[in-house]
Write a protein that binds this ligand. Structure first.
Ligand code: GLC
Length: 648
């Protein structure tokens, strides 16, 4: 298809659908402006196929239809967001990720919980998967059997709309997932494939025998080596092998088939037109497979994401895209787009490297690995942003680079062993009570499960009724949370962590969950316990108030918006890490002591502003500090942090 043909098809399709005149001028402009890129990306993937042009034309129609289906209120919201520029860079956004059933029982109960979330400072909800998935084989909802039907476990579509209405009334934002890499084996496409329909068998990677699976598996790392070893499963109904990189009931979609791409894009628009503000694309690193590779982070996976992004930019521009790429640090960076397409892929990515490094610092009391890795993390393009988080529903992976571990003088093997032992409950002297997840004896890989509180020692200290140690656990929780919240990016809390929920072992009694210890850190909220956050002196109150204070500081100072305005400091103390946030003439120093001991910090870190002022205000409690006045050093109590604004 030539460019001229492309534009004439778009023009004709728009006219046919009544998309003309002043009312649609802006959309037509967007379409014309982005059509070449869309065409280029699509051709990169599919030009070798005979049906490439005809499917591209279907995609063009889908874009127009999705634009037309967008509710006028959402179009208004799109415009408002566009006026704000990249609205998701704002310091006023604070997110929380939660399972509706475990947090509030049902969707219909959610609106009544919004005041609680607002009290904490949360105004952006990541609702964990809500669409239909088989209860006993759901991977927490990430095995979707129907992308358009709310699972009755959570309530009805109407309940969802009511919640969304309540959120928008309160000026709150919503994020949901789209699981693009795989469907449940009970999705209608899979069922048709099982019944022998070859059109739908082509939606998946299916094989008559083990020949290709055997070859591919030699290159593909296992994601769940304990509960679902290998990357292919045998389906008896189909009498074929099918690729299933995650659990055997999650069948990988075959994106070399453009019909799959179109079907998924249609689902993406469906979510956009539900009024979703940020779409979390689940596991994007896996969406393209190729024999002889790890089948992760392949260039075509990026092309698909760029295609999704440009299509969304044309039809439903207010919806930002988060790519959940939990991969090696340098690979994560590529999900923001590279080369000419920098800033044209995912708007947002998880700062998974930083998250893991904070746990590294807590376990080792040494922050040098965190500092060394900033060389990579700071390469985030201006205009994109991070999700910063301490814990989420998944495990903690230790996928940071060996080179930096070596650079700070540790052996990568022993360092990771230590972290796994310390956090994963294998070291009797460790205060943490986590567990190892995804242990792979062949590669010695393992990740870590456990709630923020349990990993910070609260589970053990409460059991021992050790008041002082309980406070230390709380200090650790708040240190980690403050570090995440004050970085550049959107803080994403995980429900329950705002109150110090410890591990829940009840999942062991549920056969649909017992094979997956990530459920230990996905609590069922007890609202009586939550009430305790109002009672002074309780653990819940101390954790809640401490976090609320830091969130409030972030939300009330624009310097914490993400203008890539973050500079790491050289603290000359291995246990103290810090960064400076600067905007115009506002300078805020965020400093964190990862040691259980008192630490001293020389006043050198403030040299940049010292000629302008020696006066600092600790935003945590409004206390004043004069650089160099009473002491030679700034004194840190164990696990203390400071948020110091220079009085200029
Ligand atoms: C993502 C989800 C995780 C899930 C996996 C497979 O990584 O966060 O919970 O198991 O994708 O869908």
């Amino acid at each position: 298809m030539t460019n001229q043909e492309l534009f004439s098809i778009i023009r004709k399709a728009c006219l046919e659908k009544g998309v003309k005149g002043k009312a649609h001028q802006v959309f037509i402009g967007r379409f014309i402006g982005h059509a070449n890129l869309l065409h280029y990306l699509f051709s990169k993937l599919y030009s070798k196929r005979a049906d490439s042009d005809s499917i591209l034309i279907e995609v063009l129609h889908l874009i127009i239809d999705s634009y037309l289906e967008r509710h006028p209120n959402f179009k208004k919201r799109d415009n408002k967001k566009q006026e704000k520029g990249n609205w998701f860079l704002s310091n006023e956004l604070v997110g929380m990720s939660l399972y509706v059933d475990r947090f509030a029982g049902k969707l219909k109960n959610m609106p009544s919980k919004l005041n609680y979330l607002e009290e904490l400072g949360v105004n952006f909800l990541h609702l964990m998967p809500l669409f239909e998935s088989p209860e006993d084989a759901s991977d927490g909802g990430y095995a979707v059997s129907n992308y358009r039907k709310i699972d009755k476990r959570f309530g009805s579509f109407n309940d969802f709309k009511l919640l969304q209405h309540s959120l928008q009334e309160k000026n709150m934002y919503m994020m949901i997932d789209i699981v693009v890499n795989h469907t449940s084996n009970q999705h209608e496409w899979a069922k048709k494939a099982q019944a022998g329909d070859s059109y739908y068998q082509d939606f998946y990677y299916t094989y008559e025998d083990r020949k290709i699976p055997n070859q591919m598996e030699t290159f593909m790392p296992e994601v769940f080596p304990e509960s679902s070893p290998g990357s292919f499963s045998f389906d008896e109904k189909m009498n074929k092998w099918v690729m299933s990189v995650f659990h055997n009931y999650q069948w990988d979609l075959n994106f070399t088939n453009p019909h799959v791409l179109k079907a998924m894009l249609s689902n993406i628009f469906y979510y956009a037109n539900l009024g979703v503000d940020i779409l979390r694309i689940d596991a994007p690193a896996f969406i393209w497979k190729q024999m002889g590779t790890t089948c992760q982070n392949l260039p075509e996976a990026h092309t698909i994401l760029q295609l999704f992004k440009v299509a969304v930019e044309i039809a439903t521009p207010g919806m930002a895209i988060l790519g959940e790429a939990i991969v090696a640090p340098r690979q994560i960076m590529k999900y923001f787009g590279t080369g000419y397409l920098t800033n044209h892929e995912c708007d947002i990515a998880y700062n998974a490297t930083q998250m893991a490094l904070q746990w590294d610092a807590l376990a080792t009391t040494d922050t040098r690995n965190m500092l060394a890795n900033q060389e990579i993390i700071l390469q985030k393009p201006f205009g994109t942003t991070w999700i910063n988080y301490t814990r989420c529903h998944d495990d903690i992976g230790l996928g940071f680079e060996d080179a930096f571990i070596e650079q700070v003088g540790f052996s990568p093997y022993h360092h990771r062993e230590y972290l796994k032992n310390y956090l994963g409950g294998r070291l009797t002297t460790s205060p943490s009570s986590g567990d190892l997840f995804g242990v792979n004896p062949a590669t010695n890989d393992a990740r870590i499960s456990g709630t923020l509180a349990s990993l910070c020692g609260l589970e053990k200290t409460i059991k021992k009724k050790d008041t002082k140690a309980i406070q230390t656990s709380i200090d650790k929780i708040l240190l980690l949370q403050a570090n995440s919240v004050l970085l550049n990016g959107i803080p994403m809390l995980f429900y329950g962590d705002e109150l110090g929920y410890t591990n829940d072992y009840s999942y062991l009694k549920d056969p649909g969950k017992s094979y997956d210890n990530r459920w230990m850190h996905r609590p069922i909220i007890d609202w009586k316990k939550n009430e305790k956050h109002k009672k002074k002196g309780t653990v819940e109150h101390r954790v809640f108030k401490g976090l609320q204070n830091v969130l409030h500081i972030r939300k009330s100072h624009e310097v914490f918006a993400d203008y890539n305005n973050l500079e790491w400091l050289e603290s000359h103390n291995r246990s103290i890490v810090g960064f400076k946030r600067v905007l115009n003439n506002t300078h805020v120093f965020c400093l964190f002591n990862y040691s259980p001991e008192q630490q001293l910090l020389t006043y050198y870190v403030f040299d940049a502003i010292r000629e302008q002022t020696t006066q600092l205000v600790n935003l945590l409690d409004d206390s004043q500090i004069t650089i160099g006045k009473d002491y030679e050093h700034l004194i840190f109590k164990p696990y203390q942090f400071y948020v110091l604004q220079a009085k200029i």
